[in-house]
Design a protein around this ligand. Structure first.
Ligand code: ATP
Ligand code: MG
Length: 617
């Protein structure tokens, strides 16, 4: 298996925008089916009641301008009123109809509020679940993926792209269904009133769809570009702020501001292009709508002049024309909203569809008891990028409970070799065994429970000292945390802190010194109490006294465990059972300190070099 360097997120959606949108909805809607169905049912009921709106007005107009007999419905209403109230005349019917107008609006609005609330909350819950899912998948992805993906980009996908599902649901599917049903209702009523007027409205409606279809591709392309550029902006902010010390130390502020302005400018241009396209298409739609309404009113008015329709019918048809174009307009915006959201959905699927390449293989089992700790490399090779081997043909055995030192020049592959034991990466060739079992046959979780890593750079979180230490053993008691801190020699400085173990330590532990961070990292290792310990340059950058103190702590930690210690400092290697000297990714020599010195090989040369430089400084 090899690492990835694929360019993520720039390819246009495959399989069509609608298919991607539908797939996203299928994925997220399953758990919200009840809310969706009841919300949609209510919404449709509201829309259908809303369709009654033009009728009271038509009746009123026909009533007040009545030079013809009243239609059946009105006659029935008038009879009904007279039965209740003997001298009910036209004005009472008008009052009743006006009240009807209000009631229709009230009922339809009330239902609409309720159904909107149900559907929007369902949409937001979908975003919540999708976010959790993407985040969970992302953090399980192997390191090679994270090596080739910027944090800013992943951040954008989890926080913003996941909103695509809400927009697909609440601005796409729901209004889409509601508008379609409304359209059908209006069409039925209009055709039953006057089919030629209905045909005019239909023609305008069809033209509208042709226009929208034409705009589909450029809108999707433009919004994908906006997403990409926005992601680049957040990546830039994240990179600059993460490296803020270097930026300020090297006076890079202006350069960074320039880079940022460039990125932001590209995002601005992309947003402007999208806005121009959207505004232009909205204007085109509005123009068509105006022309359509005018045509309908003209045709209907002609029919009134020829006595084929009543004035009330003109109002009714104009009313329905207004109501007809609303859902058509909604549908057209719905399509462009879906296209916009599909870009986000596509970026989310780019993550969800990519399986974690380092995961439990079928048939892998958890260890039933703590490992003894024998580690064996058989013909192990590894490369981060194909064609650039970093480790080649490594064969070595680290007996259970023994300690080895990995030494060698910078870039020789020491950290890489150690990270293969954890299965941060899988070898490109050969096999690594723990207690004679290939690592792939052990579940990842169970394997990693056996190993403690004290990394080259301590990884601390912006939470309290206590939570940082307990990260290696969730649920650890305060006593256990205290004991680990004592063992790691961290007790003194922690007690001197303002809030002791509850003191927050800032992002990546910025409020601590290098040595203090290292000790917290060691305290974690003590707390985890795993049978295998990997220490990667645990004393880099520390003064002689702190280094000596930490070395004492480390010796304590090594006791009774299989330990791999990586160090430039050959002094550290003196006490270990075996030293492995790496050179350009291969084992150059192995043996104990004295033997290697006597051999006069690479170790001797490194030792002499260090010894003389140490003496010289
Ligand atoms: N994530 C990565 N992606 C690609 N190449 C990498 C990655 N990490 C390390 N390398 C390359 O692999 C080689 C070995 O790196 P490694 O970190 O294992 O060296 P090292 O012996 O630990 O060095 P140092 O003593 O400086 O820590 C180097 O050439 C390095 O450039
Ligand atoms: Mg290293």
């Amino acid at each position: 298996m090899n690492t990835t360097s694929e360019a993520e997120g720039s390819t246009p959606p495959r399989g069509g925008a609608m298919a991607t949108g539908a797939r996203m909805l299928r994925l997220c809607m399953a758990e919200e089916l009840t809310a969706t169905i009841s919300g949609l049912g209510l919404m449709l009921m509201g829309s259908l009641i809303g369709l009654l709106q033009p009728w009271p007005l038509k009746f009123i107009i026909d009533l007040v301008t009545a030079h013809k007999t009243m239609p059946h419905f009105q006659q029935a209403a008038a009879h009904l009123l007279r039965a209740v109230h003997a001298d009910s005349g036209r004005s009472s019917i008008v009052t009743l109809l006006c009240i009807g107008l209000i009631v229709i609006s009230l009922v339809s609005a009330g239902i609409s509020v309720l159904s909107t609330w149900m559907l929007v909350s369902a949409g937001l819950r979908m975003v919540f679940r999708l976010r959790c899912r993407v985040f969970d998948h992302l953090q399980r992805m192997e390191l090679a993926f994270h090596d080739s993906t910027t944090v800013g980009d992943s951040l954008y996908r989890v926080t913003w792209d996941t909103y695509c599902v809400q927009s697909l649901f609440n601005e796409g599917l729901v209004p889409g269904i509601s508008a379609t049903v409304t359209l059908i209702g209006i069409a039925v009523i209009m055709v039953s009133q006057d089919w030629s007027v209905a045909i005019v409205a239909l023609v305008v409606g069809s033209l509208l769809f042709v226009l929208v279809r034409r705009l589909e591709k450029p809108t999707t392309d433009y919004s994908t570009k906006v997403h990409e550029h926005e992601s680049m902006v957040s990546t830039r902010v994240q990179q600059t702020l993460t490296g803020i010390r270097a930026v300020q130390a090297f006076g890079g502020e202006e350069r960074e501001a320039g880079h940022f302005a460039n990125d932001a400018q590209r995002s601005l241009m992309a947003s402007l292009r999208l806005t121009v396209l959207q505004t232009a298409s909205q204007s085109g739609v509005a123009l068509l709508l105006a022309a359509g309404t005018a045509a309908v009113i003209w045709l209907a008015a002609e029919r009134v002049i020829h006595g084929r329709l009543t004035p009330g019918d003109v109002v009714l048809l104009a009313g329905y024309t207004a109501l007809l174009f609303k859902p058509l307009e909604t549908l057209s915006y719905t399509i462009s909203t879906i296209q916009g959201s599909v870009a986000g959905a596509h970026r989310v699927f780019k993550i969800l569809d990519r399986p974690a390449r380092i995961a439990d293989s079928p048939g892998s089992r958890p260890l039933t008891e703590p490992a003894r700790g024998e580690i064996r490399f058989e013909q192990v090779s590894f490369s981060y990028q194909a064609g650039h081997p970093v480790l080649s043909n490594i064969g070595l055995t680290i007996p259970a409970g023994s300690s080895v030192a990995l030494v060698g020049a910078s870039g020789a592959g020491k950290s890489t070799l150690a990270s293969l034991i954890m299965r941060f990466y899988d070898p490109t060739g050969g096999v690594i065994l723990l207690d004679k079992k290939p690592l792939q046959t052990i579940t990842l979780r169970s394997l990693r429970e056996q190993i403690t890593v004290v990394p080259q750079e301590p990884v601390l979180f912006d939470v309290s000292v206590r939570e940082n230490i307990a990260y290696s053993l969730p649920g650890a008691t305060l006593e256990q945390v205290h004991a680990a801190a004592r063992a790691a020699g961290a007790w003194d400085f922690i007690s001197r802190m303002q809030r002791g173990f509850d003191t927050p330590i800032g992002e990546r532990g910025v409020m601590l010194s290098g040595g203090q961070r290292q000790r917290l990292s060691l305290a974690r290792a003590f707390l985890k109490n795993a049978p295998i310990v990997i220490l990667d340059e645990p004393t880099t950058g520390l003064d002689a006294q702190t280094e000596a103190d930490i070395l004492t702590t480390i010796r304590l930690l090594m006791r009774g465990r299989t330990t791999v210690v990586i160090s430039h400092h050959l002094g550290t290697a003196r006490d270990v059972d075996n030293i492995i000297v790496l050179e350009h990714g291969a084992v150059a020599e192995t043996g104990r300190h004295e033997d290697l010195l006597a051999n006069g090989g690479l170790y001797r040369r490194l030792y002499d070099l260090q010894y003389s430089t140490t003496k010289a400084t």
